[in-house]
Design a protein around this ligand. Structure first.
Ligand code: BGC
Ligand code: CA
Length: 348
């Protein structure tokens, strides 16, 4: 919580800083606008745990660069609000935009406005469909391969189920499981759900699906949904596969609130490796998670944004990152369990 507030404060200080620079530019000629790159950022929801930590990393990088000014907007889960923010950032003279789309299937207004004004866009975290990113050669995407995260989560769960026979609490040779899904329509929710369960089965785990719930990446919503599952199934849930850490933490909250002892809990897996997620792995409440490399993605976003804004090309970065189709930079996910948790708690 305090980290998020700190993150928001950093974001806010950037807005103020940008305003100060803008005022300075208007009044005197000592600060020349053209000396600096003006970056406009809009995120779908500043209260998203993963994204607020991601933005903290990103703004830290920008803050260290004296050649950059930045404004950060929160779209509060409204695409209409985000469309207006994009128009405003263009009017305010941003040289490039970083857009975390609210609705990944509805980027038309954003793309049209940017194209008309010849302002490039680097989309991040919420991946638009190929047809849309192909609409202009100044549209890019920084993110990660959703399928890889699902596969790694499935592998983690499979190795736990295959090596620890106590997971199959009722001893029927099958693993009774539920899936907690992120927002309907989000590429990470759709793809992670599919690949995590497929991988589990491919690795030889026999499964029995008790149900699934859409909890929109949200801890409180997941807690409510899992509380309902606990009422229906009590201690018969043996595995929970969550599309992200926050929903896995909501599941943990539900087991704690129900007063169930640890031996009655399922094995719980998440994806992200947020600070709270890592702490849950350290404290043996979450069995494992998959690192969604926010530091790496924030760094790639910073490098790509400043390179393009200076008239460079994405290919210039191919020594540093894997560049695909002249448009995409994707960072790898990594598995995290109790055995390597310290590396993530310390380094990241
Ligand atoms: C993360 C989620 C986050 C979502 C927001 C995903 O990549 O795993 O935690 O809520 O992005 O778009
Ligand atoms: Ca069983």
């Amino acid at each position: 919580m305090s980290k998020r507030i700190k993150g928001m404060a950093v974001a806010l200080s950037f807005v103020l800083l940008a305003a100060v620079f803008a005022a300075g530019c208007g009044q005197q000629n000592t600060v020349r606008r053209s000396d600096k790159i003006k970056v406009g950022v809009t995120i779908y929801d500043q209260y998203d745990t993963f994204l607020s930590q991601y933005m903290e990393c990103f703004t830290k990088e920008l803050e260290a660069d004296e050649e950059v000014e930045v404004v950060v907007y929160n779209a509060s889960q409204s695409q209409q609000t985000q469309n207006s923010q994009v128009k405003k950032m263009i009017e305010d003279g941003c040289d490039i935009l970083c857009v975390n789309l609210v609705d990944r299937t509805d980027p038309t207004t954003v793309i049209d406005a940017a194209k008309k004004a010849d302002v490039p866009i680097v989309f991040f975290n919420r991946e638009l469909v190929e047809g849309d990113i192909g609409r202009w050669n100044k549209l890019f995407y920084v993110g990660a391969d959703a399928a890889q995260s699902g596969i790694l989560e499935g592998e983690l769960a499979a190795s736990t189920c295959l090596s620890d026979k106590t997971i199959d609490r009722n001893g029927d040779g099958k693993i009774q499981y539920i899936v907690l899904e992120g927002e309907a329509g989000h590429q990470d929710a759709i793809v992670r759900t599919e690949y995590s369960v497929d991988t589990l089965v491919q690795k030889g785990v026999e499964v029995d699906k008790l149900g699934y719930a859409i909890a929109n990446w949200n801890r409180a919503q997941a807690q409510t949904k899992v509380a309902q599952f606990i009422e229906n199934y009590h201690d018969s849930i043996e595995l929970i596969m969550s599309n992200n850490d926050d929903m896995a933490l909501g599941a943990i909250d539900a087991y704690e609130a129900a007063g169930m002892i640890k031996s009655e809990w399922p094995a719980i897996f998440g994806i992200d490796g947020t600070t709270v997620g890592l702490e849950a792995v350290r404290d043996d409440k979450m069995t494992g998670t998959v690192y969604n490399d926010k530091e790496g993605q924030a760094h790639a976003l910073y490098r790509l944004t400043t390179t393009i804004a200076r008239g460079g090309s994405i290919e210039e970065l191919s020594d540093e990152f894997e560049v695909t189709d002249g448009k995409y930079i994707r960072l790898d996910y990594e598995k995290i369990t109790a055995t390597n948790i310290n590396k993530y708690l310390k380094v990241k």
